[in-house]
Design a protein around this ligand. Structure first.
Ligand code: GLN
Length: 546
């Protein structure tokens, strides 16, 4: 999947590389999913083809209906039994998101499979929530129900009857519009939920509760006697807090896919979780890495100047993960700037490798220090291809998923931020690593590898002990950040960016994300409301989050 078109690739504990929607489910429900929680057409066809090769269908014609549709239903029923909340035993309800739009060629077998499934399991065991758009004509402000009427008709023709309509719109649906939808779509008015624009995304659970969406779902699934009342205290206070934040913290993200903020969705969420817990309003400055390069200074001096102005105006710099050599030199310049000017810096995956390359070039004087990913012939390869990966088959050869990092130095910043634990488990997605043969030379020059894997040969965390906050991690801590439990290294970056790292570290044992226990700067002017973009992230970028 291209991050340009699809947004980020989300990585799960078991190494599954999946759609970013799974990240939203993990964050909202605070659960851990597996690669099998992501069904794709490819996986289903693969399963059917494997069965066919094994001879399971001997003598039969293999077709979309029933073989593909059966495989989809079997997959769903199997995965529904896997616990995801850390409790033993399967959950009461399995949420299936059928992506795409009714009528899409790609999702046809899935829609058909769910039609068969709902018929088979019967009423009381299946609740269909149809999400549709209710556009508002800007001139007259009229809310149009036609698209929903059409898509419900499409659903019915495929044997699916919606129990609930979830209508996405800019404003709350008017009563007469609900009535019309109810009449035309044969859905009771109380089961028509309006999902209008809210000041930040954490209001959504409250919006659903206020409209009794949970009652409608419990009714459809016959769970009224079993379910408890929703406890949304934490969500309420977080949603309200996010609306009240005024004091900005500016973080520059120096990356590659800066045109589509979904390419860095988990990163943005992790920054947001950290900022909100520190009572700061997050402002993200997107800086395309190549704009910082000398080449741009020659070809497009205005763009070059603007990029550097943005970088210099930031309180903290983040260089995210990435592949391919575009913008690498710009990222190295950003890391150098942060190191030399004592600006808080966090490098993730490629960002960590960049920090090491920059250090080798500037401090060890190795002008051609590089990663063999970008310069296979460099005489000073400080980042190299991991021996176990295959160079000829790039698909499926990465070091993926949850791996353990052991802290090497107890009083380093990262160990403190992680609550002085001996080790941590974080998610990985890389093919290259810091060259173990260069580690002692680098360390002699003042950089410290504070986290390593179980062999002690693979560098996981790098720090500059004499810098206010300069950390690189080979893993992606953003994938495990949660609204109430911000990821340690992001918390450190944002705290350092607003001069609060000391108050965090002095509190010593900070369990991951328990920032609330630490005495933090409180916003004195909590009664004023700021205008907040849809997901609470402010951005200087052309309108992505404006
Ligand atoms: N391209 C680098 C590697 O494969 C970094 C990967 C990443 O940032 N996710 O090691």
């Amino acid at each position: 999947m291209s991050p340009f078109e699809h947004g980020e690739v989300f990585v799960l504990d078991d190494g599954g590389e999946v759609d970013l929607d799974l990240g939203n489910y993990e964050r909202f429900l605070d659960i851990k999913l597996t690669r099998d929680n992501n069904i794709t057409t490819g996986k289903i066809y693969q399963a059917v083809l494997d069965k066919e090769r094994r001879g399971d269908y001997l003598g039969k014609t293999v077709q979309v209906v029933p073989h593909i549709t059966d495989a989809i239903q079997e997959w769903i029923e199997r995965v529904a039994m896997i616990p995801v909340d850390g409790q033993p035993g399967p959950a009461d309800v399995c949420v299936i998101e059928l992506g795409g739009t009714i009528g899409d060629i790609e999702s046809m077998p899935f829609t058909e499979a769910l039609g068969q499934f709902s018929y088979r399991v019967g009423a009381g065991n299946f609740c269909l929530i149809h999400v549709s758009l209710v556009p508002v004509l800007s001139v007259v402000g009229e809310q149009k129900t036609k698209p929903t009427q059409h898509s419900v008709r499409g659903l019915r023709s495929l044997g699916l009857t919606p129990n609930i309509l979830a209508c996405r719109s800019t404003l709350a649906l008017e009563e007469n519009v609900k009535k019309k939808l109810s009449q035309f779509c044969h859905v009771p008015a109380e089961n028509i939920i309006t999902l209008y624009d809210v000041s930040n995304i954490w209001h959504l659970p409250l919006l659903l509760r206020d409209q009794k969406a949970h009652e409608a779902i419990l009714g459809a699934l016959n769970l009224h006697g079993i379910a408890r009342d929703p406890n949304l205290k934490e969500w309420t206070s977080r949603a309200e807090l996010c609306d009240m934040l005024l004091e900005p913290v500016r973080i520059a993200i120096v990356g590659k896919y800066t045109g589509l903020s979904d390419s860095y969705l988990s990163l943005l969420k992790a920054l947001l979780h950290a900022s909100v817990s520190l009572r700061k309003k997050l402002v993200v400055d997107w800086i395309p890495a190549s704009d910082l390069e000398d080449e741009t200074a020659k070809e497009n001096p205005d763009v070059y100047k603007a990029a550097w102005k943005l970088l210099k105006g930031s309180d903290g710099v983040l260089v995210p993960g990435g592949f391919g050599d575009r913008g690498v030199e710009g990222k190295i310049l950003a890391a150098k700037y942060a190191r030399e000017n004592r600006i808080p810096f966090l490098g993730i995956c490629l960002g960590m490798q960049i920090a090491v390359i920059e250090f080798a070039r500037s401090i060890l004087g190795l002008q051609d220090a590089n990663s063999t990913e970008f310069d296979p012939d460099t005489k000073n390869p400080c980042v190299i291809f991991m021996p176990e990966g295959s160079k000829t088959h790039l698909g499926g050869t990465m070091r993926l998923g949850s791996r353990r990092t052991y802290f090497q130095v107890m009083d380093c910043k990262s160990a403190k931020l992680y609550g002085n634990r001996g080790f941590i488990d974080e998610r990985h997605r890389h093919r290259y690593e810091v060259n173990p043969d260069m580690v002692s030379r680098l360390e002699d020059a003042g950089i410290s590898f504070t986290g390593k894997d179980e062999t002690g040969q693979r560098m996981e965390i790098v720090e500059l002990p004499n810098h206010p906050y300069y950390i690189g991690a080979q893993f992606h801590p953003e994938f495990k950040s949660r609204p109430g439990k911000p990821s340690a290294l992001f918390l450190g970056l944002v705290a350092a960016a607003c001069g609060q790292l000391d108050s965090l570290s002095h509190a010593h044992k900070i369990p991951n994300g328990m920032a609330k226990k630490v005495s933090l700067y409180q916003n004195g002017n909590a009664t004023k409301f700021a205008k907040i973009p849809a997901d609470g992230i402010y951005s200087s970028c052309n309108g992505v989050h404006a």
